[in-house]
Design a protein around this ligand. Structure first.
Ligand code: ATP
Ligand code: MG
Length: 346
């Protein structure tokens, strides 16, 4: 089992080091090889995703990724910026399905942005399509408008676009994931306004016919954003496009207490995956040894489950995380004991 370890920038190296320690502790026959990515790779090799790093990722069975990005690279040309590395890996490896579970651990209920009764026992899964939508649609650019009220003015434009196979495959992923859970899928769209998402809704409905054991409902994204903070436990699996998924999964992260708790998996058709925390490189706290490593450690657990066929080992890691939280060991982002008690007695 070969794992490509790509620590990246900011807190990436600190949190990945801890996850690698956890993997070593399992004493399984992993072969782990580390390579630079993002700003670190630009500094060392002149490109955020050097050919050697991409090859390592392609040859490995799974990729454990930290985070990329740092202010000091903000002035680089777009194609050399650290963020291009993760976009390049997603595109090159065809990682179209992004899994972001939002689980609220009992010990962290009080760290959530919502009232305890709304999040206690929360366990939802957001599945975000990751390689299509307005983030990748062509054409895009800037030009002088030639028609309409603003003809003659500068304008910028992007293209929202989904093809049938892209929607079909993410819909299958969602229904199959729901079968292992509470068998409910909510497809989030904006079908009332966007043709792309009427198409999305039609195809998800069609695919749903092949999964009569899974309940499907549809929700507009604005309502979904509201329901996530009003009654998040009503959801089981949410499946949505790239942009809506980006926004909703960040929103969902705050229900769980901290973005430092949320793992993610990005899978391709062959179940090869890239596993990374949902948060970014947090340059504001890098190098201080205060970053929460649990999102990365839980991402390693997802890696064992989805790509390396090691369910028992994945459960061992998840049990260890629960134990650590139960023992009261916390990083600052989830350390809220003092206010906790007051707000619960209230
Ligand atoms: P990206 O665009 O890469 O997602 P971002 O701008 O959304 O990055 P993050 O790097 O995720 O930002 O950081 C957002 C905030 O959350 C920062 O204040 C950061 O310090 C904090 N944060 C992120 N990850 C952690 C962590 N693992 N532990 C503690 N705090 C974190
Ligand atoms: Mg972010």
């Amino acid at each position: 089992m070969k794992i490509a370890v790509l620590p990246g920038d900011g807190i990436g190296p600190e949190i990945v080091t801890e996850a690698v320690k956890v993997l070593h502790a399992l004493q399984l026959p992993f072969e782990m090889e580390t390579a630079p990515v993002g700003g670190a790779a630009y500094a060392a090799l002149g490109h955020p995703l050097p050919a050697s790093t991409l090859k390592l990722a392609q040859d490995a069975d799974a990729i454990l990724f930290g985070a990329v990005g740092d202010w000091k690279y903000d002035t680089l040309a777009r194609h050399l910026r650290p963020e291009q590395a993760i976009l390049g890996l997603r595109k090159n490896l065809g990682l179209f399905a992004n899994f972001r579970p939002a689980v609220c651990y009992p010990e962290l209920v009080s760290a959530s942005s919502l009232k305890p009764e709304l999040v206690s026992g929360l366990d939802i899964l957001i599945i975000r399509e990751l390689t299509g939508d307005i983030y990748f649609g062509q054409p895009r650019g800037r030009r002088i408008a030639t028609e309409g009220d603003y003809a003659g003015s500068e304008e910028a434009f992007d293209t929202m676009r989904y093809s049938r196979p892209e929607i079909e495959r993410i819909a299958h992923v969602a229904f199959q994931a729901a079968r292992k859970r509470s068998k409910r899928v909510t497809s989030v769209d904006k079908a009332n306004v966007l043709e792309t998402f009427q198409f999305w809704k039609d195809i998800v409905t069609e695919v749903g016919l092949q999964y009569p054991d899974v309940a499907l409902d549809h929700m507009y994204v604005d309502n979904a954003a509201m329901q996530l903070v009003k009654a998040p436990k009503k959801f089981d699996v949410i499946v949505t496009g790239n942009m809506f998924g980006d926004i909703l999964s960040d929103e969902a992260s705050m229900l769980t207490g901290s973005i430092g708790m949320l793992p993610s998996a990005s899978l391709n058709a062959a179940h090869k995956g890239l596993y990374e925390p949902s948060h970014g490189s947090a340059p504001d706290i890098a190098g201080q040894g205060i970053a929460n490593p649990l999102a990365t450690i839980l991402s390693a657990a997802m890696m064992l489950r989805f790509s390396l066929n090691q369910e028992a080992a994945a459960q061992r890691i998840e049990a260890a995380v629960k134990k650590v939280l139960a023992q009261g060991l916390r990083t600052a982002d989830i350390y809220s004991e003092g206010t906790t008690r007051v707000s619960t007695i209230d």
